[in-house]
Design a protein around this ligand. Sequence first.
Ligand code: MG
Length: 453
Amino acid sequence: MRLFGTDGVRGVVNEDLKPEFVVRLALAIASYFGSGSSILVGRDARAGSELIQDIVMGVLASSGLRVYDAGLTPTPALQYNVKERGFDGGVMVTASHNPPQYSGIKVVLSDGIEAPREVEEEIEKIFLEERFRRVSWRELRHRKTLVDDVNEFYVDGVMRLVDTGKLKKSFRVVVDPANNVGALTTPKLLRALGARVLTVNGDLTHQPYREPEPTQENLEYLSSIVRDVKADFAVAHDGDADRAIFIDNLGRYMPGDRSATLLCKHIITNRRDNLPRRVVTAVSSSTMIEDLLREYGVEVVWVRVGSIVIARTMKSLGAMAGFEENGGFMYAPHQMVRDGAMTTALMLELLGSEGVPLSELYDRLPKRYLIKTKVPLKDKNLVNDVIGKILLSYGGYRNITIDGVKVIGPDFWFLVRPSGTEPLIRIFVEADSEGKANEILKDLLRITSEVLK
Ligand code: MG
């Protein structure tokens, strides 16, 4: 039985995440860390997250752990505090980009990075076998301690890394934190960096005005706001503010791998950090990053889809940055986790350094046409047959088979992979022209239906 998905335990509050389930899960987490460990616990602003945080903190304390309450805070702020302030670990109560009825629990280790799969498996084992380590009442000396400055500490940490000498102009920025915890950090950070900020959906007491996932469809209104107030750009976060999606000054939505490519180039050419010229990203990202950064000697490491794999690979190999195409960007000198405020600060610094509008930088990227689609999959065992047939058909091209199959040609790439959560095959095709992309998609759909029929 698997409790942890690709990013923590998630579920609808009081349906999947019932209090008694949360108690057992928290007992298992407490038993993993052990009595005496210091754990920082934070939450997002979803309706169910406060009660789950209360249960988690109570159970950790009952198991003899020292519990520190971070209150409302973005996931990257909690992670930064865990890493920099010497906690033994952290628990974040959030469902990130999921709809409002969801909440979730994410375990963070002392390095601030989400627990790897092996640790999750250990916690699942303790949960199933009910091997809970309980302590005598005599050991219950510690009450929970409120930490008041988790968000300030995080904003200060980001500020320290920004080259403010590059920010000669006062930028006009629209911030949309989806009525959630990003409202507590990003507007403050941008103002401290001299920007003029307009915050929309910044009220944490409201039910979300938009769906917490920063997709193009969910952000259409933000494009018109950018044009109305003549902003230099807008930034939209997901529910726990680890992702940052940008809208350029013309109101155009930028897919996360496009903004990440610009930021990586900025880090190399303007910041000149003394770090390994290595960028880690998932196979679902565009190969544009390789094409653009090859001339700077950057190695791109392709990994399976999932932010934890990216973070853990960055840490083991050494890297300057990592990213996902959904807006999750990791800047190594700050922390190797998705980091909405740090990403926003880097965007501001990029615009200050280049001295041209974001739309111009966006237009300098190669023009590529992207299609995403999915095919229902009744029998999971057939995925390997689909992949095998594609490899035969596209044998002349470079391929990566760590997560489905990614094939890279001179003027196209595509990815065919099974979904981690649903009975689906996902297909991404990107090419220099719409015609070429459609032609490849047609071919992939033909191969897939031949195997699946
Ligand atoms: Mg998130």
